[in-house]
Ligand binder design. Structure first.
Ligand code: HPA
Ligand SMILES: [Zn+2]
Length: 331
C-alpha cells in the first residue's frame, strides 16, 4: 500500500509554508543570518515541539520563523519543502503564507513574494510540480490590518491564487473579516478560510455565508451540527482535512478517533493534507499512510480523495486534465 500511496499523484491544498521549516534548515538560516537560536541543537528544537493546542503550537511556529529574513531564505524554505513533497509523490502544492507574521518583524511583503515566487518557478522547472499561493490573514489581529495587507499586495494580486484566514481561531470568527473578504471578492481573488478546527461549527457557517469561501480548511467540527453536514454535502463544499495536525493539536485524541470515516460516510468532499509538516510529524504521504493504518481504507477511497484534491485545486484546466489522467493511470 505504501508504494501505491507514494505513486498516487497527490495535490496538497492545505500547507503553511512557514510550518514546513525543519530544524536543520532553521539552524542553517540562523547561521547564515547571524541569529542566535534559543536551542543548542537540532534535537533540542525537536524536543521543544511540545504543544497541546493551537495557541501553544502557534507560539513556537511564530518563533521558529524568525530565521527567515531574505528573499533567498523564503526561496530555500519553499524549495526544501517542494523537494520533500516531490519525493512523496506530491504533484501540486498550495501554500498558505502569513505576511503579517513577517511584517511585524520588519520583513516586507516584497521580500516574501520574491522568494516564494522564485521557488514556484524553480519547482515547476526542476520538479515538474505546479504550485499555488494563498495569502493568509492572521485572524487574531485586526481586520483593518488585514485590509491594509490586501491593499499593499496590489502588485501581487495577479500572483495570489486565493486569500485565506488562519492563526488562533477561538474568539476570532469569520464575521470579523467580512469587508476584507468582500474586497478580495471584488478583486476576483478566490477565498478559503480555516474554520471548525478548534472553533465551533458556527464559524464554518459564517465562512460560507459571510466570506463566500470555496473551501473550508479543517472543518472537522461540522459533525457537531447535522444540518451543517447536510448543507456541506448538498453544496459539495470541499474540506481540507489535516489528520496528523488534528492529533498533535488535540482536536482529536488519537488517529483512531479521527472523524474522517464519519465525514466520508456523510458524503462530504474531503482532501488529506499536512498543514505544518515540520511540527506535526509528517508530510502528505505520512498523512495518507496514517489514514490507511487507522481506517484500513481501500485503494478506491484514496483515489477518490486524491481526485477531490485535483478537482478543488487552483490550477489551469490543462493541468487539471493532465493530473486526472495521471491519477487514472496510477489507480
Ligand atoms: O494549524 C494551523 N491552524 C491555524 N493557523 C495556523 N497557522 C499555521 N498553522 C496553523
Ligand atoms: Zn492550517
Amino acid at each position: 500500500m505504501r508504494d501505491f500511496l507514494q505513486r498516487l499523484p497527490k495535490a496538497e491544498l492545505h500547507l503553511h509554508i512557514e510550518g514546513s521549516l525543519e530544524p536543520e534548515l532553521m539552524f542553517a538560516l540562523a547561521e547564515r543570518n547571524g541569529i542566535d537560536l534559543p536551542y543548542a541543537s537540532v534535537e533540542a528544537v525537536r524536543a521543544a515541539y511540545e504543544f497541546d493546542d493551537l495557541p501553544a503550537f502557534l507560539e513556537l511556529y511564530y518563533q521558529g520563523m524568525s530565521v527567515l529574513r531574505t528573499a533567498e531564505d523564503f526561496h530555500d524554505l519553499a524549495m526544501d519543502y517542494f523537494r520533500r513533497a516531490h519525493d512523496e509523490g506530491v504533484v501540486h502544492v498550495e501554500m498558505h503564507f502569513d505576511p503579517q507574521a513577517h511584517l511585524v518583524r520588519g520583513i516586507e511583503l516584497d521580500v516574501v513574494m520574491e522568494g516564494l515566487n522564485l521557488a514556484q518557478r524553480h519547482a515547476e522547472r526542476e520538479l515538474g510540480m505546479s504550485t499555488a499561493l494563498i495569502m493568509a490573514f492572521l485572524r487574531d489581529r485586526s481586520a483593518e490590518e488585514a485590509m491594509k495587507v490586501l491593499e499593499s499586495a496590489a502588485p501581487y494580486w495577479e500572483m495570489i491564487d486565493a486569500v485565506g484566514l488562519d492563526s488562533a481561531e477561538r474568539g476570532h470568527p469569520p464575521s470579523k473579516f467580512v469587508e476584507v473578504f468582500q474586497r478580495a471578492r471584488m478583486l476576483g481573488i478566490p477565498r478559503v478560510a480555516h474554520a471548525g478546527e478548534e472553533g465551533p461549527p458556527e464559524y464554518i457557517r459564517e465562512a460560507l455565508d459571510l466570506l463566500d469561501v470555496c473551501r473550508i480548511d479543517h472543518g472537522v467540527r461540522c459533525l457537531e451540527d447535522p444540518d451543517l453536514v447536510t448543507r456541506l454535502r448538498d453544496e459539495a463544499v470541499v474540506l481540507t482535512v489535516c489528520p496528523l495536525s488534528n492529533v498533535k493539536l488535540k482536536v482529536v485524541e488519537r488517529m483512531a478517533d479521527h472523524p474522517l470515516p464519519q465525514l466520508l460516510d456523510a458524503g462530504l468532499r474531503l482532501t488529506i493534507n499536512s498543514d505544518d509538516p515540520a511540527y506535526f510529524g509528517g508530510g502528505v504521504l505520512d498523512n495518507y499512510l496514517a489514514c490507511y493504518q487507522a481506517f484500513d481504507w481501500s485503494r478506491e477511497t484514496f483515489v477518490q480523495l486524491a481526485g477531490t484534491a485535483i478537482e478543488a485545486a487552483f490550477m489551469s484546466d490543462a493541468r487539471r486534465l493532465d493530473l486526472h489522467r495521471k491519477l487514472a493511470e496510477s489507480a
